[in-house]
Design a binder for this molecule. Structure first.
Ligand code: UFG
Length: 326
C-alpha cells in the first residue's frame, strides 16, 4: 500500500512516516520544509519538495502516485501566534486544506487522515473530555482545526471522501529508537522548553502560574507520546479502508500531569538542576485538560505504549543531551 504524508518532515509527521514505514507501507513525504526538517527525512521514504499553497504541486504528486490514502499534517500550530496573525493561519491551515481536499478529490484519493487538536474544544466544561464535548475553540488555531473537520464532513457526505480527524492532546517525546533526528526549532511547548533549560540552552523555565485549583497549583495536561499518536494514524487508516466510514477520535493518555510534576521528573531523570521561576498565568490556559480516549481504544484497539511520563522525558532527553552546554 502507498501513503502520501503531507507535512511528513515535521515533528509529528516524521514519526507518522516512520510508523507507516515500519508496517511495510511505501511512503511519499510532501513538505515545504518551512518548519519540517531535512534531517527528519528517511532513506526508505520518497521525498517531494512542495507546498500546499500551490495546487499544481499537489496535483502533480497526487496524480502520479497511485496512493491508497493520505495523511495531512501540514499546518501552523502555535496557538498564541494564531491570535496575533489569524490571516496566516486562515491561509495555511484552511486555504491549504481546501487545496488538498480539492486535489485529492480530483485524483480520487481517499481516505485522508487529518491532524486535528484538542484545541477544538476550548475551555473544558467537564473532564475527561470526550469527542461529544462542546466545541468552542478559544484560539484561532483551534478554530481552523474545527472548520477543517466540518469541511471534511461535507466532503465525506458530498464526495464520499472518507477521513479520520485525530484530535491530539499534548504531543511529546521522541522515537525511542532514536530514528527521528531533527530537533524542533523554536519550540513553544513545555517539554522541549524544559529540555532546553536542562541542556543549558535556555537560562530558566518560566512556570506560567502556580495558583490554579490543581493539586500543586500548576496546570495539568494530558501528554501523549508522539509514537503512540503515529501508530493511531496507521490503525485509523486501516479501519477506514475496512469499514468504509469516517471517524473522529481523541488521542490522549488520560493521565493528567502538572507542569511542576513534569519539571521534577525531568530533574530526576536528567540529573540537571533546571532552574525555574514562577511567573504569571499565560492567557487562555485552562487549569486542567485531560482526554478520554475510550473511542480510539474501542474502534482502533489503540493503547498507548510510550506515554508514561518517564518514557516521555527519557526519549526527549536522549535527543537534547547531545546538545547540552552544561
Ligand atoms: N508552560 C509553562 N512554561 C512554558 C511553556 C508551557 O509553564 O514555558 C505550561 C503551560 O502554561 C501549560 C503547560 O505548560 O500549562 C503545557 O503548555 P504547552 O504550551 O506545551 O501546551 P498547551 O496545553 O498550551 O497546548 C498544546 C498544543 C496545542 C494543543 C493542546 C491540546 O500546543 O496545539 O496542547 O491539549 F491544542
Amino acid at each position: 500500500m502507498r501513503i502520501l504524508v503531507i507535512g511528513g518532515a515535521g515533528y509529528i509527521g516524521s514519526h507518522v512516516t516512520r510508523a507507516f514505514l515500519d508496517r511495510g507501507y511505501r511512503v511519499t513525504v510532501f513538505d515545504n520544509l518551512q518548519t519540517g526538517l531535512r534531517e527528519n527525512l528517511f532513506d526508505d521514504a520518497q521525498f517531494v519538495y512542495g507546498d500546499i499553497m500551490h495546487p499544481e504541486q499537489l496535483r502533480s504528486v497526487m496524480s502520479g502516485g497511485g496512493f491508497d490514502g493520505c495523511v495531512h499534517l501540514a499546518a501552523l500550530k502555535a496557538a498564541g501566534q494564531s491570535m496575533l496573525h489569524p490571516e496566516l493561519y486562515a491561509q495555511s491551515n484552511i486555504a491549504g486544506t481546501i487545496n488538498i481536499l480539492n486535489q485529492a478529490s480530483a485524483a480520487g484519493l481517499s481516505p485522508i487522515i487529518f491532524s486535528s487538536s484538542a484545541a477544538v474544544y476550548g475551555a473544558p466544561q467537564y473532564l475527561p473530555i470526550d469527542e461529544e464535548h462542546p466545541k468552542e475553540p478559544e484560539n484561532f488555531y483551534g478554530y481552523t482545526k474545527l472548520e477543517i473537520e466540518r469541511m471534511l464532513d461535507w466532503y465525506d457526505r458530498l464526495k464520499g471522501m472518507r477521513y479520520a480527524a485525530i484530535r491530539y492532546f499534548n504531543a511529546a517525546g521522541y522515537d525511542v529508537q532514536g530514528r527521528v533526528k531533527g530537533l524542533e526549532l523554536n519550540p513553544e511547548n513545555l517539554l522541549p522548553i524544559v529540555m532546553e533549560t536542562a541542556a543549558g540552552i535556555r537560562p530558566q523555565l518560566s512556570i506560567f502560574g502556580d495558583d490554579y485549583p490543581t493539586r500543586d497549583g500548576s496546570c495539568i495536561r494530558d501528554y501523549v507520546h508522539v509514537s503512540d499518536l503515529a501508530e493511531a494514524h496507521v490503525t485509523a487508516f486501516e479501519y477506514i479502508v475496512k469499514q468504509d466510514r469516517s471517524i473522529t477520535v481523541n488521542l490522549g493518555s488520560q493521565n493528567g500531569v502538572s507542569v511542576i510534576e513534569m519539571l521534577e521528573r525531568v530533574r530526576a531523570i536528567t540529573g540537571k538542576a533546571v532552574p525555574s521561576v514562577i511567573v504569571g498565568r499565560r492567557a487562555g490556559d485552562p487549569a486542567e485538560l485531560v482526554a478520554t480516549s475510550a473511542r480510539a481504544r474501542e474502534l482502533l484497539g489503540w493503547v498507548p505504549k510510550y506515554s508514561d511520563v518517564d518514557t516521555l522525558v527519557s526519549s526527549t532527553w536522549k535527543m537534547y543531551e547531545k546538545f547540552a552546554k552544561n
